[in-house]
Ligand binder design. Sequence first.
Ligand code: NAI
Ligand code: MG
Length: 352
Amino acid sequence: MTNHRIALIPGDGIGTEVLPAARQVLDVVSRRHGFGLSYTSYDDWSCERYLREGAMMPADGIDRLRDKDAILLGAVGHPGVPDHVSLWGLLIPIRRAFRQYVSLRPVRVFEGVCSPVRGARAGEVDVVVVRENVEGEYSEAGGRLNRGFPEEMAVQEAVFTRTGVTRVVDFAFALAARRGGRLTSATKSNGIVHTMPFWDELVAERAARFPQVAWDQEHIDALAAKFVLEPARFDVVVASNLFGDILSDLAAAVAGSVGIAPAANLNPEREFPSMFEPVHGSAPDIAGRGIANPLGAIWSAAMMLDHLGHPAAAEHITDAMASLLARTDVRTHDLGGTATTAEFTDRLLRLL
Ligand code: NAI
Ligand code: MG
């Protein structure tokens, strides 16, 4: 029987509440579909550990993950630790060390979920945001000068490379081709005069290799407005690190709740493990109450199974999610209900 080695990093806050739910789902589905999953759990890789020992993970953390087939992460972040510390101490090093240069974020409006956006009807909105995940605006190049003086300044360089842009754009075009669809490139080449025209040139250059894909480009400000006004017109959207980050949260909100949205950080060449995580953070405002929506983590787990070569098992999970939402009225509080994480997960397990 095929067996996959999975690293579990629950992290902080509701990360520790939604990951066990995802694992319960994985256990049921792997048994049904005839493959094995063995887990190594890194329970103390978190802000608590940072407060105790000054680091989010041990010095050899990356090496401990290296031999795993995939990583499933909850969320990191704690009110007592600056957000850039928790992010740059765990998530970003993993994304970069393992060349997870594609962040894939699908968004669907499920039947039975009320979108806050009038035009976002179930079955019509089915978008995938492909976000560049290792360079762009989130670069380490830059610095602070003259701290504390009136001349204090900060410089942050955005870094776009031909290799980095080309590979993520190719991934997005190939995905659009498989989905029989369209691609929209998020840009801002009217205002950002060096990196974004370069991005546009590379998109146009790569488009020539995918004649079956209809594509266009939109400035990010107009694109954000259209995501709200006409979300159904989009299929695959490719964006730089910053634009993709913002767009995918916006898209998740359009779909009804950030609690449902999943993300995959992919190393498409499979030289390194890929990492799967819900889009949401640690939600300190509701952490510890057992009321978090587990669907974002569960859908992320489904994406992990798809990546590991079990598309039928992945679809089994997303179909059960769709049935749960369409055919029952159990809902967690973010979707207007009163079900706890455990109750909601139990209903899903019964459907599976
Ligand atoms: P957040 O996603 O944690 O929460 C935003 C709002 O959505 C909150 O009101 C929260 O209660 C609600 N929410 C989020 N997920 C939910 C779920 N599954 N079920 C029900 N409600 C849910 O984002 P926020 O508040 O900006 O950040 C909180 C912390 O999380 C910060 O420390 C931040 O740095 C961190 N964070 C970590 C991420 C990660 O680990 N990938 C991503 C985003 C934020
Ligand atoms: Mg984000």
